[in-house]
Design a protein around this ligand. Structure first.
Ligand code: ATP
Length: 231
């Protein structure tokens, strides 16, 4: 199709120093689409996000956002069309929720519309929020700068299952209403299956399989055994 993709990555090879960790990674994310990136520990998921974001010096291949090729270091990319939410909560714990939003340059009204749970917490320091609320704040900070695509690493990390389910449902809603494309690294195969439109499975730095989230939900055990088990 001729539809412009929020994110288009072609032949991305990247790593640390002279060593390549991911090889010839090709993927795309549509507007409003959530694409899950699954793989066992060390498969290269975080490295893929880092390479797309421009954090890795050595990188071959092409990254396009809204059909515009990205070049240069991360700070230029993240200020513009690429939003990044890293594992371990990208918030300032000693600042209030309101200040966290302000500092991100987020539109506060929009943030509260997308994440109404944050409204009663505006005057609290972010550090006293629950893990799930901190993740919501991290998402709000990023999405309210209107990136074309968001790169999210392990949103579910350390959260209770019910909290995680609520957070992912919120992310689904955000993708649908703002049309942001989401590339979501996720360890939990069950979470990935439930939230992602499409899932990519990475193994030893290569994308080995791709399927709709609904298919993954049906083939969870098999996929887990083939690609995710062990280690
Ligand atoms: P996890 O789920 O455990 O975070 P991952 O799929 O995100 O795994 P990466 O973090 O991308 O995997 O790591 C892929 C490989 O790159 C691993 O072998 C790791 O040891 C290596 N690696 C990661 N970061 C660095 C670094 N800063 N310097 C050198 N090697 C690294």
């Amino acid at each position: 199709t001729t539809e412009v993709r929020a994110l288009e990555v072609r032949g991305l090879t990247a790593g640390y120093g002279a060593m390549a960790v991911i090889h010839d990674v090709t993927l795309s994310v549509g507007h409003g689409e959530i694409v899950g990136l699954l793989g066992r520990n060390g498969a290269g998921k975080t490295t893929t996000l880092m390479a797309i974001a421009g954090f890795l010096g050595r990188c071959e291949g092409e990254v396009k956002v809204d059909d515009v090729r990205l070049r240069g270091p991360a700070y230029k990319r993240s200020r513009g069309q690429v939003g990044i939410v890293l594992e371990g909560r990208s918030v300032f714990p000693s600042l209030t929720v309101a200040n966290n939003l302000e500092l991100a340059g987020a539109d506060r009204d929009e943030a509260l519309e997308l994440f109404p749970e944050l409204r009663p917490k505006l005057a609290l320091r972010a550090g006293v929020l629950s893990g799930g609320e901190q993740q919501m704040l991290a998402l709000a900070r990023t999405v309210c700068r209107h990136p074309a695509v968001m790169l999210i690493d392990e949103l579910s990390f350390g959260l209770a299952p019910t909290v995680c389910e609520r957070l992912l449902a919120r992310l689904r809603h955000v993708a649908e209403t703002t049309r942001v494309g989401v590339l979501l690294v996720e360890q939990g195969i069950h979470y990935a299956a439930s939230v992602a439109d499409r899932v990519l499975i990475m193994n030893e730095g290569l994308i080995r399989a791709e399927m709709p989230g609904a298919e993954l939900a049906e083939r969870e055990d098999e996929i887990e055994r083939i690609y995710l088990g062990g280690l």
